[in-house]
Design a protein around this ligand. Structure first.
Ligand code: HEM
Length: 280
């Protein structure tokens, strides 16, 4: 005999019902809040896309006492462009341990402007061609030289990354009370001090912005992607990454039977190694 399954309601999906059930069961408020956060984390670490779909549909701005998670493209974009209200201070302890003091953990102050200006002097757009050539030479020598359509290779890479991004969430802390999504049905005032997860991965599956998001489509406009975040803190190395990652992967992708030999290895926050092999 089949066991009865809970039904999705018009205001919630099954995964959100399970999330709500944690609070409904009651108990010590702090323990309940931690359990709810653990549930969110588990969804994101195991099979996030169905959960993100429920969030976008029913709770685009989901607030708990410990943190909020924002799931639609427009909400994520708003957070990333409001760097005064959504501070990057959360990164200070988390990044300092990995790479020392880093511009991404500085709010937009004189110190930030100073570091960014220094980077702009050193990292010059006109060097991109040389970076591309050096990376092509090194990566090509390591595997097998390949000369193909770089733009098309990059289009495949960024579309593949949409399904499995390096940065699924961008993290901020609110410096003041803030009305997110003003003028929309889900407008929500978030309190000062709240930890906010801007769901970049979820946002890239938002069908209000991205047509047929479940399809693998390499013709999407660049504005569909949030791999490098957005706003003042958008990745400074994005143009370099585009040419480097393309040149590194191009020869590898030509190999028949290429497989991941093991899950990626992380150095702290950052992915460091991915061992690959050849099947057969
Ligand atoms: C595929 C590779 C890369 C990815 C996916 C990536 C992703 C990101 C993301 C998502 C952010 C913004 C985080 C936030 O707003 O909280 C960021 C910031 C940053 N990235 Fe990258 N990055 C990559 C490679 C690089 C490289 C190669 C460099 C240096 C050459 C670099 C330098 C930076 C810097 C300096 C910032 C901070 C910018 C600021 O705070 O104004 N990144 N990156």
């Amino acid at each position: 005999m089949m066991s009865a399954q809970p039904l999705a309601s018009p205001t919630s999906g099954l995964l959100l019902q399970a999330f709500d059930a944690i609070a409904a069961a009651g108990g010590d408020p702090q323990a309940v809040a931690l359990k709810r956060l653990a549930y969110l984390r588990q969804q994101i670490e195991t099979d996030p896309l169905p959960f993100f779909a429920e969030l976008r549909a029913y709770r685009p701005i989901l607030v708990t006492p410990l943190a909020a998670i924002v799931a639609q493209f427009r909400g994520v974009e708003e957070i990333l462009h409001r760097e005064t209200e959504f501070s990057v201070q959360w990164y200070v302890p988390h990044m300092t341990g990995v790479i020392g003091p880093f511009i991404l953990s500085l709010d937009v102050t004189q110190a930030y402007d100073h570091d960014k200006a220094a980077m702009q002097l050193v990292v010059r757009r006109e060097d991109l061609g040389r970076i591309q050539a050096i990376t092509a030479q090194v990566a090509g020598a390591a595997v097998e030289a390949a000369a193909d359509d770089d733009d098309l290779v990059w289009a495949h890479i960024q579309e593949a990354l949409r399904f499995q991004p390096v940065n699924p969430l961008v993290i901020r802390i609110l410096t003041e009370d803030y009305l997110l999504g003003a003028g929309t049905p889900h407008a929500t005032t978030l309190p000062k001090g709240l930890l906010v997860f801007a769901g970049a991965w979820s946002a890239m599956f938002d069908d209000q912005v991205t047509a047929a998001p479940e399809d693998f489509d390499v013709t999407r406009p660049a504005s569909s992607y949030l791999h490098f975040a957005a706003g003042q803190h958008a990745c400074f190395g994005r143009c370099i990454s585009q040419v480097q990652v393309t040149q590194i992967l191009k020869p590898l992708l030509k190999l028949k039977g290429l497989t991941a030999a093991a899950p990626p290895v992380y150095a702290g926050t950052f992915p460091d190694q991915l061992l690959v092999g050849l099947a057969g």
